[in-house]
Write a protein of this length. Structure first.
Length: 526
């Protein structure tokens, strides 16, 4: 007999079996409601933390101290002193002393960095008054024996100037025949107002400094120069069209990478045909090459479908490192790797609700990244890196999986920890792929850092423009952010390549950012 437990007045069954059945139903109902309440609390906490909380995901030494005994049984089976480098009793004290407090200068700062040597020096000399140059003892003239130099960094605001292209004409004075004139060099924007330097500045300001065109228009107006944003948009289109062969060549070379990291992020596009809203969400896909192919390429697209990376990565058959997004599932799973940091973030979100389980997993992550930190600081070759990862990192990962499998049946799937467990177990082989290839990193931090400027920029731009602007944004963002990766000044690079592209007789490979850097040290532009 099933009792009606949803009515206002609970009907009690007349027999013992019915009462027991009712009790079981009530217990199940309480458990379901408890799980729902817990899930809602976790979601609320997550939203509050996202809006108001700290962004750091680091654990305090005190939190990790709780699990050092259990970790000692996992990491090589050694004592905690050997696995962590410190004893459990002294770890917290040594952690606090690992980074000594920097010495403070007398003016309260942390010390001054020297002013770069390539900057122009403008000397200003200060001599004593003429009467002070006469010795009061012997009336002789004093001679100079030294100079005290104090350097200060000055700033002169950027200014506009006008380049007058004067084409001189000549003819025979006697017969007025045979007219000749000087030849003006070809430019990417022949007959237009901007020089290559102005276009380079507009691109750098937008894609490196996140200044939208309307804000640049206001900045230039303060200097008494009217540069409409519509004109700036056209100039960016023209320069992108000229630089498209360079972007395509960078794309070809990027696909030769041993490892490519990929990520995507939303951007807003204008669409006047939509109603009532006149905008829609597009996506920018970022691709980060390895150190031998050091390019960061962006592909702005109107949607997030898997066809976008499939087309961009067409023909690529090496390793692809991504987050867990299903848009990359078309890629060969044996050559796919997933990011461990994405899993760690999901576990970290459950720390407030299950400190013991989540804390244990986070402590294991801490051990994994200790190993990776030591590998980065060492001179180990590929074979040594693989050997260490197979013997140490894989042991930690295996224990982590055992914990997830053990907890899975006991953890509600919609809770933060349940989501993390299911996320991990579905992608486990890809999460462990870095233990099979020395060239792989365990995370996508590099490409995430490269896509962060776009995320920051969209808060200023508000929208990227219409779909017709996607190609322009892809080219300029790729050139500017590849320069940032290589430590180049984007303005100097863009100005030079726009000048050379206008001549139309240049080898594209000579304009690649990494090769351009070798031929143009910073001192040449001081």
């Amino acid at each position: 007999m099933q009792a009606n437990i949803s009515s206002d007045k609970l009907e009690m069954p007349p027999d013992l079996d019915g009462c027991q059945a009712l009790i079981r139903e009530l217990v199940e109902l309480v458990e379901r409601q408890g799980a729902d309440i817990s899930l809602l609390k976790q979601r609320l906490h997550g939203l509050l933390r996202e809006k108001f909380g700290r962004s750091s995901e680091k654990l305090s030494p005190g939190q990790l101290q709780l699990f050092v005994r259990e970790l000692s049984k996992i990491v090589d089976g050694k004592d905690a002193v050997e696995s962590t480098g410190t004893s459990p009793d002294t770890e917290a004290a040594e952690t606090s002393s690992e980074k000594p407090t920097p010495a403070r200068s007398k003016n309260g700062g942390g010390g001054r960095k020297p002013i770069p040597a390539h900057l122009t020096r403008i000397p200003k000399d200060y001599h004593p008054a003429e009467e002070e140059l006469i010795c009061a003892t012997c009336n002789g003239k004093k001679t100079e024996f030294g100079i005290t130099i104090v350097e200060q960094l000055d700033y002169v605001p950027a200014c506009f100037r006008v380049i007058e292209h004067r084409t001189h004409k000549y003819s025979c004075k006697a017969c007025q025949e045979g007219v000749v004139e000087g030849e003006r060099p070809e430019q990417i924007h022949n007959g237009g107002k901007p020089t290559e330097g102005l276009i380079a500045q507009i691109s750098t300001a937008k894609y490196a400094d996140h200044q939208p065109l309307y804000r640049q228009e206001e900045i230039y107006a303060r200097q008494g120069v009217d540069v409409p944003r519509s004109s700036m948009g056209r100039w960016l289109d023209v320069s992108a069209e000229s630089a498209e062969p360079l972007y395509d060549r960078m794309h070809e070379i990027l696909l030769e990478s041993e490892v490519i990291q990929a990520d995507e992020s939303p951007v807003v596009l204008l669409d006047k045909n939509r109603s009532p809203k006149k905008s829609k969400n597009g996506y920018v896909w970022a691709y980060y090459g390895d150190n031998q192919h050091p390019y960061v390429l962006y592909d702005f697209q109107p949607d997030r479908t898997a066809e976008r990376p499939k087309k961009f990565l067409g023909g690529y058959d090496n390793l692809l490192l991504t987050d867990g997004y299903g848009g990359y599932d078309w890629f060969d799973s044996k050559r796919s790797a997933n990011c461990l940091v994405h899993l760690r973030r999901k576990v970290e979100q459950s720390l407030n609700y299950d400190k013991k389980k989540a804390g244990m997993v986070l402590a294991l992550f801490n051990e994994l990244y200790k190993i990776e930190g030591q590998l980065r600081e060492s001179t180990a070759d590929a074979e040594q890196i693989l050997a260490i990862r197979q013997s140490k990192s894989l042991t930690i990962l295996t224990h982590m999986k055992e914990l997830f499998v053990e907890w899975q049946s006991k953890t509600p799937p919609k809770t933060a920890l349940g989501i993390a467990i299911n996320y991990a177990l579905v992608r486990w082989e890809k999460l462990c792929r870095f233990t099979q290839h020395a060239c792989l990193r365990p995370d996508t931090n590099l490409v995430e850092s490269s896509i962060r400027p776009i995320a920051l920029g969209r808060k200023n731009w508000m929208h990227i423009g219409a779909e017709t602007a996607l190609g322009t944004a892809s080219i300029h963002a790729s050139l500017v952010n590849t320069c940032k990766r290589l430590g180049l000044n984007p303005y100097l690079y863009l100005r030079d390549i726009f000048i050379r592209l206008g001549r139309k007789d240049v080898c594209i490979d000579e304009l690649l950012p990494d090769r351009w850097k070798l031929e143009n040290p910073i001192d040449d532009f001081g």
